[in-house]
Design a protein around this ligand. Structure first.
Ligand code: SF4
Length: 387
């Protein structure tokens, strides 16, 4: 069977090379060609012995998931839609900023957590992505962007596992993928610049802290258990007390000295002064030092099936002021990629009906990709991340 080398972290690739009778340094060379240079053709890998290249041609491949579509926003945000088979598609979003380029990556096709405000949650769970399918997103985006922007240096400086899916429910693939992102022979991202966002899978937060501690974000969205049970059903299994204690434990090994709480602002549901006051109390009860966490308030992107609406600008500002005045660092997320459906909770917008996704997307009015995977047309459409 042919092995897809995007499925391996460096140790996995070394084990594969060993089975071919090759030494570990060959795996390191191969790893660099694939991830640092974006090579998929073994003949390009000029410093590998010809005999090894011949062996690789019969036993291995470097195959990224097929690209279905690409949207480029007027603000530079780029959304890619990838085909992961069986009528399933996943999304990846690049968000450029002055001092960074962030890639938002999906970990599952669909999601089983079923958060009420999340369009991915409404489409249900299909399957976990493999390591290759997770790393493909970074591999493709990094090397596409270098060509697209005409630069040889690294473009993607930050990765957030905040796309479709709950990353900690795909732990077996998540950790090797994180290791590839962090490896100096691959993307060399610092642990502080790779963030895993979870809806609160408590035992796996502890495991991540032991196996591969990177920055942690938690989708909180509620100030008490009764409300969170409704918005994030996983709370019924892992209530706030267990979740916040896990966050505090994680901080003992985390590369950053805070956890980011994501809070989607829902009109009349979780956005009142009373909710803000309750959050301040909640944070205080888990640490006198309010700097142990930061809040990121996210404007909700409505979709019909949710039955929810976006909080007013004034309500978000008042909420943020209460948190800030109590000493909690609070930001309001800028909406990016509004014109291409790339905002939070919108990743499933085009693919809620997973039947015959390729046919439906081929009819999409804005998405056209030519052979070299560059957009042939870019236009106006609607709106990054879900988790
Ligand atoms: S917010 Fe995250 S965990 Fe919740 S349903 Fe959406 S993708 Fe799943």
């Amino acid at each position: 069977m042919t092995a897809n080398l995007l499925d391996f972290d460096l140790d996995g690739l070394a084990a594969f090379c060993e089975r071919l009778g090759e030494k570990r340094f060959r795996a390191t060379q191969l790893f660099r060609w694939i991830h640092q240079k974006g090579a998929a053709d073994f003949d390009e890998m000029s410093d590998l012995a010809k005999s090894l290249r011949e062996k690789l041609k019969t036993s291995a491949e470097v195959t990224a998931i097929p690209l279905l579509a690409q949207h480029i926003s007027s603000d530079g945000t780029i959304k890619w839609l990838f085909d992961v088979g069986g009528g399933n598609a996943i999304e990846t979003v690049f968000i450029p900023d002055d001092d960074r380029g962030t890639l938002c990556i999906s970990s599952q096709a669909g999601c089983a957590v079923a958060c009420r405000f999340c369009s991915t949650g409404h489409q249900g769970f299909s399957r976990n992505l493999t390591v290759a399918e997770i790393i493909s997103q970074l591999w493709f985006a990094e090397h596409f962007l270098r060509k697209h922007l005409g630069q040889s240096d690294r473009v993607i400086s930050n990765v957030v596992m905040m796309g479709m899916g709950e990353p900690l429910q795909n732990y077996a693939a998540l950790v090797p993928a994180l290791r590839v992102m962090l490896d100096d022979h691959a993307y060399g991202l610092s642990r502080r610049r790779v963030t895993v966002s979870t809806s609160g899978v408590v035992p796996m937060i502890d495991r991540l802290g032991r196996d591969c501690p990177v920055a942690l974000a938690v989708s909180l969205h509620a100030s008490n258990d009764a409300l969170r049970d409704e918005l994030v059903p996983l709370n019924r299994k892992y209530p706030l007390a267990d979740l916040l204690q896990a966050c505090k434990r994680y901080l003992e090994v985390a590369p950053r000295d805070f956890v980011t709480f994501e809070y989607c602002m829902l009109n009349g549901v979780n956005d009142t002064i009373a909710h803000a006051d309750e959050l301040v109390e909640l944070v205080r009860s888990y640490g006198a030092h309010k700097a142990w966490c930061k809040f990121n308030l996210i404007p909700f992107n409505p979709f019909p099936a949710s039955g929810l609406t976006r909080s007013s600008v004034a309500a978000v500002a008042s909420f943020a002021k209460i948190l800030s005045d109590s000493g909690i660092v609070t930001t309001i997320r800028k909406t990016r990629g509004d014109d291409i459906d790339a905002a939070c909770g919108q990743l499933a917008g085009d693919i809620k009906d997973r039947t015959n996704v390729r046919t439906r997307l081929s009819k999409h009015r804005l998405i056209t990709i030519n052979q070299d995977k560059r957009p042939t047309r870019v236009g106006k459409e609607d709106t990054v991340n879900d988790c």
